[in-house]
Design a protein around this ligand. Structure first.
Ligand code: NAP
Length: 284
């Protein structure tokens, strides 16, 4: 990834091309569990100030309104920020998807989103849902469409009938599960589906891991920065969440160092198949 200047203080990497829509900035602010209103508005504003140009929200996070406020209040052009939101499980189905999308846009106060994701591979209704997703893409209101928590069998079923393939698959990724999910990442790459790493900080559950601390010490960075760098080195898009101004800034300082092959191998060895969110593997 070639560093480039995204703001005065923080060097950022170039956006990554998507199969359609895009390109997508390789670092995005996750806003899961940041309350709507002032807390999320503030977090997104701090992130934009720190050079982030990508925000990842979802209907179920209940904070689209505050995210939209921060984006609309920002001095920069709307086109410079990549905004993702997601269709929640109860809203699957053709007409339901179209309605849920309108509701999300309404809450965001935007005319279109850069990426609309199916949040979870709900059994039985995915086909009709995807037809609606394709329509939203054709209408240009969702510049790109994609999925989240889709394992290989979910993707194979979707690819067999879709007209527009998903541009993105957003899944949980960090050193504590990467090896387990490597085949999925490769499957996506071969099909030109960009992989986004959610919960890249393991929801802060493994930040004190001794091997991680050793690597952090070697590169003179924090464990969180090493975890973000790890998923970037793997060619995935990193979506760390923080509601704290200092940590939002810290998590952006990841484009001016690299992890060596040996450090990546030691981090790879931490795989324990950890999922801190949900494991979609068993969903038919
Ligand atoms: N598609 C899906 O199903 C799905 C599921 C889960 C998550 N996601 C997306 O991925 C994003 C990130 O995942 P996540 O929210 O589960 O967890 P995460 O980013 O792995 O970890 C967030 C936790 O780490 C803390 N933290 C952040 N930066 C830190 C730092 N520099 N040092 C120490 N602690 C730090 C945060 O606390 P503070 O806020 O206090 O800093 C928070 O407790 C979400 O916000 C969401 O956008 C998607």
């Amino acid at each position: 990834m070639v560093p480039s200047s995204g703001s005065d203080s923080v060097p950022f990497a170039e956006p990554v091309p998507l199969a359609h829509g895009g390109p997508i900035p390789p670092l995005g602010l996750g806003v899961f569990r940041i309350p709507d209103g002032e807390p999320v508005r503030q977090a997104v504003s701090w992130a934009l100030e720190a050079g982030y140009r990508h925000v990842d929200t979802a209907a179920i996070y209940g904070n689209e309104q505050g995210v939209g406020t921060a984006i609309r209040e920002w001095d920069g052009a709307r086109d410079e920020v990549f905004v993702t939101t997601k269709l929640w499980n109860e809203d699957h189905g053709h007409d339901e998807t179209l309605r849920a999308f309108d509701d999300s846009l309404g809450r965001l106060g935007l005319d279109e989103v850069d990426l609309y994701l199916v949040h979870w591979p709900v059994e039985g209704r995915r086909r009709e849902t995807w037809r609606a997703m394709e329509r939203l893409h054709e209408e240009g209101r969702a510049r790109a469409i994609g999925v989240s928590n889709f394992m290989r069998h979910h993707l194979e079923a979707l690819l067999a009938h879709c007209h527009t393939a998903p541009a993105v698959n957003q899944v949980e990724l960090h050193p504590f599960n990467f090896r387990t999910r490597q085949p999925l990442v490769e499957f996506c790459r071969e099909r030109n589906i960009v992989v986004e790493a959610y919960s890249p900080l393991t929801k802060a559950r493994r930040l004190q891991d001794p091997s991680l601390l050793r690597v952090a010490h070697e590169v003179d960075r924090t464990p969180a920065q090493v975890l973000i760098r790890f998923v970037l080195e793997k060619g995935t898009v990193a979506l760390p969440k923080s509601g704290d101004r200092d940590r939002i800034q810290e998590n952006a300082q990841v484009f001016d160092f690299r992890l060596s092959g040996d450090q990546m191998r030691r981090l790879d060895a931490l795989d324990e198949g950890l999922t801190t969110a949900w494991d979609p593997t068993a969903v038919p």
